[in-house]
Design a protein around this ligand. Structure first.
Ligand SMILES: Cc1ncc(C[n+]2csc(CCOP(=O)(O)OP(=O)(O)O)c2C)c(N)n1
Ligand SMILES: [Mg+2]
Length: 381
């Protein structure tokens, strides 16, 4: 049975770059020229650009490590750095970030060390979650960043609860809740947005519409003309922006954050972009989509676009790029060498953190496991 085609997503239910709507909110054109006004100063744009380049290098290196069998799983934000960091830069460091899958880089941007990021990827003895979380779910306790939940959209009502608590405490914080296009089809999306709007909570819902939910294209995800129009049904402002335009995302997210902070309630921002890589290290998009569209979307790379803007102002060049590549590569390699041989968490940790004291039954299970471990694949713990 052939699938219906969504009128807004003409190419097999996605939007190819040549069909992007003319009214898409943009500040930076793909050739790096300004077509709108940004509140960011050039040095701030240059810093964000470096952050995006660094994230790309980290993501690339992590994908290589996964292919070498040295980490189990990774989800990159490649091609979506403009949305991730444009949004992050709109917040104060004490505002809450509630991520979906691709925003781990915000933690590094906020100051998490690469070592802690890698410890979690490895699930080693230094990992704060002691290997209990899926890899690529970094811990953000000190950075007002909630560890991501793998369950799609599950974070949305949680973010709403967080914002409700903040509103009651009058703590002046904004909660930014990220989600993918796939999350907008879940019941939790409705619950979270509805309560947030009824209670006029200080929130920004930031949707990265990368047009794929693993193998489901956005045109089969929704019959709505855009994701942003959904906001209207909840009585909150909804805006669709060019997700590959760092400055447009930053502007839209800043205006939404200002509104939230001043008591104006939540907003929804749809960042239209494209997932130019695999969903994660676990899938192969060539089996379900036309990679010709992907190649054309790569021509709208947010890093290239911002780089062109900075180059024209003498703030970026191939020499800058090379120096940053070398510096980041050295940092990654040195940190990786530091953490790679950290042992796994002790077997006993499996039984800890459930009861204040390990119960006699769990002690028995622990002893039994230790006996088996001496014979089996856990030897060495
Ligand atoms: C409730 C639920 N259903 C299915 C999955 C499996 N799954 C993980 S990520 C994903 C796609 C998410 O797509 P989207 O929300 O668009 O985010 P993206 O990965 O594109 O950033 C799916 C189906 C899950 N984690 N949770
Ligand atoms: Mg998606």
């Amino acid at each position: 049975m052939s699938s219906p085609t969504h009128p807004s997503y003409p190419a097999e239910n996605v939007c190819p770059p040549e069909d992007l709507p003319d009214d898409l909110f943009r500040i930076l054109a793909p050739d790096g020229t300004l077509v709108g006004q940004t509140s960011l100063a050039d040095p701030e744009i240059a810093d964000l650009h470096r952050t995006m380049v660094r994230q790309r290098l980290i993501d690339n290196r992590m994908l290589q490590l996964q292919r070498q069998g040295r980490i189990g799983f990774y989800g990159a934000c490649t091609g979506q750095e403009g949305a991730v960091f444009g949004a992050a830069a709109a917040l104060r460091p004490t505002d809450w970030v509630v991520p979906a899958l691709r925003e781990g880089g915000i933690l590094l941007y906020r100051g998490l060390s690469l070592a802690v990021f890698f410890d979690q990827l490895l699930g080693n003895a230094s990992d704060i979650t002691q290997g209990r979380q899926m890899p690529c779910h970094p811990p953000g306790h000190d950075f007002h960043y909630i560890t991501m939940s793998s369950v799609i959209a599950n974070q949305i009502p949680q973010a709403t609860g967080l914002a409700l608590a903040g509103q009651r405490r009058k703590d002046g914080r904004v909660t930014m809740c990220f989600m993918g296009d796939g999350a907008t089809s879940e019941g939790d999306f409705h619950t979270g947005l509805n309560v947030a709007s009824v209670q006029q909570l200080p929130m920004v819902f930031l949707c990265q519409n990368n047009q794929w939910s693993i193998s489901v294209p956005v045109g089969l995800q929704t019959a709505a003309s855009t994701l942003a129009v959904k906001a209207k049904g909840y009585g909150m402002p909804g805006r669709r922006v060019d997700g590959n335009d760092l400055l447009a995302v930053h502007q839209a997210a800043s205006e939404a954050a200002d509104l939230a902070r001043s008591g104006g309630g939540p907003s929804f921002v749809e960042c239209l972009t494209y997932r130019v890589g695999p969903h994660t290290t676990s899938d192969d998009p060539t089996r379900y989509r036309d990679e010709g569209v992907t190649e054309r979307w790569k021509g709208l790379d947010p890093i290239v676009r911002t780089g062109l803007y900075l180059e024209a102002r003498g703030l970026w060049s191939e020499a800058h790029a090379e120096a940053l590549r070398v510096e980041t590569d050295q940092q990654i390699r040195a940190t990786w060498a530091e953490v790679e041989n950290t042992p796994p968490p002790p077997l006993r940790s499996i039984f800890e953190d459930v009861f204040a004291q390990i119960t006699p039954q769990l002690e028995e299970q622990h002893a039994s496991l230790e006996r088996r471990a001496l014979k089996g694949p856990f030897r060495g713990h």
